[in-house]
Design a protein around this ligand. Structure first.
Ligand SMILES: Nc1nc2c(c(=O)[nH]1)N[C@H]1C(S)=C(S)[C@@H](COP(=O)(O)OP(=O)(O)OC[C@H]3O[C@@H](n4cnc5c(=O)[nH]c(N)nc54)[C@H](O)[C@@H]3O)O[C@H]1N2
Ligand SMILES: Nc1nc2c(c(=O)[nH]1)N[C@H]1C(S)=C(S)[C@@H](COP(=O)(O)OP(=O)(O)OC[C@H]3O[C@@H](n4cnc5c(=O)[nH]c(N)nc54)[C@H](O)[C@@H]3O)O[C@H]1N2
Ligand SMILES: [Mo]
Length: 891
């Protein structure tokens, strides 16, 4: 690592050349089109040695939710110009005190910040005017540059008209209704419709807390974010199961290193999923193949083998003590009092109710897992072996997976893998907590010195949460099925209500902080966007949403903002700096919203108690650290009178572990672990020890293998072509494996015989960070195809392939491999669409073009259950991926 960093550190630039081109670029603001673009500047920086002195500044790398989090990246800045990057070298690397490695995206961020896809000034679509939107030209029209005053006047006037004429139910914000700056404005005007998406969590958004397990998203609560043990305890596991996850891509940075250490300490690693992905191969895992959306079949067969092979004396597999004390509904001896049907899980597995014993032979036909693998797995995750089962949400992002997390919990309980050193079962392989859970050791501040908040939340006066899986069709149809907002339920089913049909009449679509390609059915979305009265996008890049808008408002990138301490894991508090002034004519989201408020007669001061710079200071000044005793909480940062004055903030003097400027210069603060600290964490430890006095959040306080509330809530939605049982069962998923057959009995394949799934991609963050050609050279966003399938279709590695179904057609480059199950295709998630208007083919290759609006009314977005077909493309092949980047139109 040292040598590598040193080389980068020694590489330098010819500063005069660079500053010359920067000056020319500044001039281009007034002489549009004459000067080199900033992308050229970024690429053309010559790496010659020079004497000049700059500063290494800690810089933000991650988009919201890129997964990695605690990576530390730095940029070398000379006279305000970012020249090159490196990752964490604040200390020597060791397992107790590891460096926080940035990934390819973080280390290339300069090319994102300075790229030709940046928005520079407010723009208006030429064909749009307040009297005639010419909506059909959205996405193909030309652009003109307008002033901020013009842009804000237009948007304010459109908002005024909309709320006066149609009311808040005509406004759709293409986000999840959480805490964006613009929500203050839209709420002040009367509210807005938003998207109810189980997004990240899939079926895990549907009540893990209600059944008595945990929920990672709720990291601060006693039940969330702490479902598995800390990374040091992981070294005590004999077997680590990575279930339907891919931290090497989706939690880039250090998590793979945590697993690597466990492997080096002797753990056997198992990977369960439809592909032998980068995480599995990096860790040389044993691959247990399971087709997308068929996990319940696999796990029921695992339960069958555990039940039939278990002998408490001769072959102890099941932890009956744990089942008896900590769960209910597993067998007829421990049923809950509120049960309305006389059925239990164990008897279901044995086939008592449907006549189908859930044997490995039954399962293999569905999930594709070889019988001997099911048997081996069931015998391996046994009670008397130290097993950690870490999953993420991917397998829950499938249709009809409502029962999946309950079944995972049940299997974990059967092995007794809760609450003991070396054992765990939980959402352990997800995002920045992957492989390392437990309470945060450092927490940022959240208030001013007087305890008043640094940010506010305004409630939405209306409650129109439109389910994502049908959103665009619902808007076209003017009606949708409401059933509460499960996405905001933080893991419980409390906000799920009996379903009802509601009318809506959307006239305006608003994009900020969310891309246009995140939801299913992009084709219908384009139809919607061409139909409504007004589309506005606030973004820092010329994203797809921007391309289909009428007015675009440009914001600075994160390097040009005080984004605040963010995205650490429990040991590492990351402190990115503002690297440079806002470029071009960009303005902060907050300032845009404030100006619109003023134009509409709303007082912004009530909504924004702090500007970004003040907020940055307060998060640092109020940060706390847990002392090694595991009890005492102390201030992290030393603050002097001069510090507070320099930041224009009020804060009493305090003594911490590190000075304010020192922390900012260092860019992170990391707790150094030692043998005698008290930072260890064992998930569910108190519960296992004494479940009566440490109840879970379920009605009974136990882990509910039979959960009456779950069944009642789900069945009340009114979506059903079936009845959900209180205990986990198997039913074929809509658009799942069984549906890929025209005739299941004779095994005759249907029109769309391939199962597509869509892993989060290392080469981008959803639809963000997708335009860096340096990253694209390394990660070409292919379509992964099984070698045998490819051969049958005459497709070779590198061919341009057309992937298609009734929803759309997309092109990607084939990556042919034996690391994916036959019959499965993986199209890594994200990327901007690029529709050919004639053929309707998306040459950008976005996978959500292929995911249609789905069945019925159940509010679960099943990205990983889509059926497609594919063939070698006989039209013009795709250019190399890095040549397919987007340039913002010159205006
Ligand atoms: N097929 C498929 N689809 C999926 C998924 C999947 O697994 N498969 N996963 C889903 C999941 S889990 C998620 S979380 C969603 C995420 O989908 P999105 O929420 O769309 O995520 P991003 O692409 O990161 O969108 C961020 C947008 O905000 C912009 N942005 C960044 N910074 C700022 C800023 O400071 N101000 C403003 N105004 N804008 C900014 C970015 O440029 C980008 O256009 O995708 C979902 N879609
Ligand atoms: N680089 C990068 N990192 C990211 C993001 C990004 O866009 N880019 N997005 C972030 C966000 S917001 C989120 S929500 C997370 C998502 O992170 P995860 O929830 O971990 O989801 P994926 O990365 O989609 O998981 C992919 C793996 O799940 C497996 N899988 C897919 N379907 C199934 C199934 O039905 N059954 C089983 N058993 N396995 C299955 C496949 O093997 C696939 O390789 O990633 C985060 N991290
Ligand atoms: Mo997500």
């Amino acid at each position: 690592m040292d040598g590598f960093l040193k080389n980068i550190g020694e590489a330098a630039v010819d500063r005069r050349t660079l500053l010359g081109s920067i000056a020319a670029v500044s001039a281009s603001v007034s002489l549009a089109g004459c000067a080199p673009s900033l992308q050229q500047t970024a690429d053309e920086v010559p790496l010659a040695s020079t004497e000049e002195q700059g500063t290494w500044i800690s810089c933000e790398c991650n988009n919201k939710g890129c997964g990695g989090g605690p990576c530390v990246n730095k940029v070398y800045v000379v006279d305000g110009v970012p020249l090159r990057q490196k990752t964490d070298d604040t200390h020597e690397d060791s397992p107790e005190y590891p460096q926080r490695r940035g990934c390819a995206r973080g280390r290339s961020m300069r090319h994102n910040v300075l790229g030709p896809h940046r928005l520079k000034y407010p723009m208006k679509r030429k064909g749009w005017s307040p009297d005639n939107p010419n909506g059909e030209k959205r996405g193909v029209d030309e652009w003109e540059r307008i002033s901020w005053d013009e842009a804000l006047d237009y948007v304010a006037e459109e908002l005024r008209k909309l709320y006066e004429n149609y009311g808040p139910r005509s406004m759709l914000h293409a986000g999840y209704g959480g805490a964006n700056e613009s929500y203050h404005l839209l709420n002040a005007l009367g509210g807005f419709c938003y998207i109810q998406d189980t997004a990240s969590c899939g079926s895990f958004a549907l009540g893990p807390l209600t059944i008595g397990t945990g929920f990672t998203y709720n990291a601060g609560s006693a039940f969330g974010g702490m479902t598995v043990n800390d990374r040091r305890d992981l070294l005590n596991s004999e077997t680590i199961v990575l279930y339907g996850c891919n931290p090497s891509w989706a939690a880039a940075g250090n998590p793979t290193y945590w697993y690597m250490q466990a492997k080096n300490a002797g753990a056997e690693i198992i990977y369960v999923g439809p592909d032998y992905n980068v995480t599995a191969s990096t860790l040389q895992a044993r691959w247990i193949r399971v087709r997308p959306g068929t996990d319940c079949a696999f796990l029921l067969a695992v339960a069958y083998v555990m039940l039939t092979n278990d002998d408490p004396e001769a072959n102890p597999i099941i932890d009956w003590d744990y089942i008896d004390r900590c769960t209910i509904g597993f067998y007829d001896g421990n049923m809950p009092e509120n049960a309305t049907i006389d059925e239990n899980f164990a008897d279901y597995v044995m086939g008592k109710y449907d006549g189908i014993p859930k044997t490995p032979e039954w399962a293999t036909e569905i999930c594709g897992t070889p019988v001997e693998d099911i048997e081996w797995y069931a015998n391996t995750i046994r009670k008397d072996r130290k097993v950690s089962i870490h999953f993420s949400y991917a397998a829950g992002r499938t249709n009809d997976s409502e029962d999946f997390h309950q079944l995972l919990m049940t299997i974990g309980a059967m092995g007794g893998h809760y609450g003991k050193s070396g054992h765990s079962c939980g959402l352990g392989a997800y995002l920045l907590m992957a492989g390392n859970e437990g309470p945060y050791l450092i927490n940022g501040g959240g208030t001013k010195a007087d305890g008043s908040p640094i940010s506010t939340f305004t409630p939405n006066p209306i409650d129109e949460a439109i389910p994502a899986h049908n959103i665009w069709q619902s808007v076209l149809d003017g009606k949708y099925h409401y059933c509460g907002n499960t996405a905001s339920s933080a893991g419980t089913l409390d906000t799920l209500v009996p379903g009802e049909w509601r009318d809506i009449d959307i006239h305006m679509v608003w994009y900020d902080f969310h891309g246009a390609e995140k939801l299913p059915d992009v084709g219908t979305q384009v139809e919607v966007l061409r139909k409504v009265d007004f589309v506005v996008t606030i973004d820092y890049v010329f994203s797809t949403a921007a391309k289909y808008s009428d007015i675009i408002l440009p914001v600075p990138s994160k390097w040009e903002r005080y984004v605040g301490a963010s995205g650490g894991d429990r040991e590492c508090f990351k402190v990115p700096s503002r690297v440079m002034e806002p470029m071009y004519e960009t303005r902060l989201d907050q300032d845009i919203v404030k100006d619109l408020m003023t134009r509409l007669g709303i007082d912004p001061m009530a909504y924004f108690p702090c500007d970004e710079k003040e907020r940055y200071f307060y998060t640092l000044a109020g940060a706390t650290i847990l002392e090694p005793d595991g009890v005492t909480v102390s201030p992290l940062v030393t603050i002097t009178k001069e510090d507070a004055a320099a930041w224009g903030a009020e804060w009493p003097e305090q003594e911490g572990k590190i000075g304010l400027q020192e922390l900012i210069d260092k860019g992170s603060y990391q707790v150094e672990l030692s043998d005698d600290d008290n930072y260890g964490y064992i998930g569910y430890a108190e519960f296992r020890e004494d479940p009566e006095n440490n109840p879970r959040q379920s009605e009974s306080g136990k882990q509910e293998v039979y959960c009456q509330v779950k069944a009642d809530k789900f069945n009340a939605i009114g979506f059903m072509d079936r009845v959900i049982k209180p205990y986990p069962t198997y039913y074929p998923a809509h658009s799942g494996y069984e549906s890929s057959f025209a005739d299941w009995e004779t095994k005759t394949k249907g029109e769309y015989p391939f199962q597509m799934f869509t892993p989060h991609y290392i080469g981008r963050c959803h639809n963000d960070l997708t335009q860096m050609k340096q990253v694209r050279e390394a990660f070409i966003s292919p379509g992964f195809i099984n070698a045998q399938d490819a051969e049958e279709k005459g497709i070779k590695d590198g061919d341009t392939v057309l992937f298609y179904n009734d929803n759309g057609k997309v092109l990607r480059i084939a990556s042919v491999s034996n690391c994916i199950m036959p019959g499965c295709v993986s199209l890594p998630h994200g990327g901007w669409v690029d529709f050919d208007e004639e053929s309707g083919i998306d040459r950008g290759g976005n996978e959500n073009v292929l995911i249609g609006h789905s069945r019925g009314t159940f509010p679960l977005t099943g990205y990983n259950t889509t059926l497609i077909n594919f063939e070698k493309y006989d039209g013009e092949p795709l250019a190399p991926y890095h040549e397919l980047t987007v340039t913002t139109p010159e205006v």
